[in-house]
Design a protein around this ligand. Structure first.
Ligand code: TYM
Length: 333
């Protein structure tokens, strides 16, 4: 069955191994499957829910598009565009925010994490961010949405919003319920410094993550400094959850070589950490360094990247503007 795929990545800089293994690697596989229609969006409207420096934002929009292409998404086969170029996203988000309930948004754990203690000072955009995300997906009748584990709750909310819109406007089946595509294993990559914290763009320590623009030396250094524990390499998964850093590093290795955790444990059983780290760095360099080099090369050609985004947004606009017209008609505008 052919799938309609939609997913997005925020252009907030420091795209990292978590973004790659949790989402972008999956985008590439979906792009390569014959019958899929894929749309990959640089979600710049989402980015401004926290303060962005305009010049940096412009650079990061291009860098995110470059990361998609450098990772293997073919812009001739998939649509790559940035959200702010297609007005239907903002319009859709407003209309859907009028069917969404405050109680639903109050349950969103990501808002609580991002807003932190001082949630009165968070932007309204940060709070209603999942409604914009729902608009992104529903405008394209996406059937499948590949994301990392942290976006699961937002996708459940998207289905609730679609259902309420369809009920309120007596339009059964009009907004299509999307299926999340979350990998069974390794869908949450953790910080290299703290196995209980998600690897994140906003972690102040650059040593906590492998950036997709890191070079060989940086990768080697970060893996060398990655936290482990004094115990030997584990031979079974029983008490691995009590060793989150080790579990995470083994998970990263397994995901990169496409094998399950058990197999990786068997491979390193009885060996010491330095040997494991050496292998891990090797595979990381093999997979990430070519992407990093290609991103840098593409960034030198702003005209090319802007052309891809323009062409992509024209294609996306055709689809989204039709859907938003139908939405407006149902609402009574
Ligand atoms: P964003 O930009 O935070 O992250 C982009 C993708 O990377 C995944 N990810 C991770 N996966 C595993 N381990 C990690 N440590 C990790 N960190 C990030 C995220 O799950 C995501 O898939 N709201 C979204 C962007 C968005 C979107 C959409 C996604 C906007 N509209 C519509 C899908 C459909 C976000 O902030 O992702």
């Amino acid at each position: 069955m052919s799938k309609k795929i939609f997913s997005g990545v925020q252009p907030t800089g420091n795209l990292h191994l978590g973004n790659y293994l949790g989402a972008i690697k999956n985008f590439v596989e979906l792009n390569n499957q014959k019958d899929n229609e894929c749309i990959f969006c640089v979600v710049d409207l989402h980015a401004i829910t926290t303060k962005q420096e305009p010049k940096e934002l412009k650079k990061n929009i291009r860098e995110t598009a470059a990361t998609f292409i450098a990772s293997g998404i073919d812009p001739k086969k998939s649509i790559i565009f940035n959200q702010s170029m297609v007005p239907a996203h903002s319009e859709g988000a407003w209309i859907l925010s009028c069917v969404s309930r405050i109680g639903w948004l109050n349950r969103m754990t990501q808002f609580k994490e991002k807003a932190g203690k001082d949630k009165e000072k968070a932007s309204i955009g940060l709070y209603s961010y999942p409604v914009l995300m729902a608009a992104d997906i529903l405008l394209y009748d996406a059937t499948h949405v590949p994301v990392g584990d942290d976006q699961k709750q937002h996708l459940e909310l998207c289905r609730d919003i679609a259902q309420k819109f369809n009920n309120d406007f007596n339009a059964p089946g009009f907004l299509r319920f999307p299926e999340p595509l979350i990998q069974k294993e390794f869908s949450r990559i953790m910080s290299l410094k703290d196995g209980l914290k998600k690897m994140s763009k906003s972690d102040p320590s650059d040593l906590s993550r492998i950036n997709l623009t890191d070079d060989k030396e940086q990768i080697l250094n970060k893996i060398k400094k990655a936290k482990t524990d004094p115990l030997p390499m584990p031979s079974e998964s029983n008490n691995l959850s009590q060793r989150p850093e080790v579990e995470n590093l083994l998970g990263i290795y397994s995901s990169l070589v496409n094998q399950n955790l058990e197999k990786s444990m068997y491979e390193f059983d009885g060996k010491n950490f330095s040997e494991f780290k050496e292998k891990l760095s090797e595979i990381l360099i093999e997979k990430i360094e070519p992407i990093s080099k290609e991103i840098k090369k593409l960034l030198n050609d702003e005209k090319y990247l802007d052309g891809i985004l323009l062409e992509g947004s024209q294609k996306a606009d055709k689809i989204a503007s039709k859907k938003i017209r139908e939405i407006k008609e149902l609402v009574g505008f």
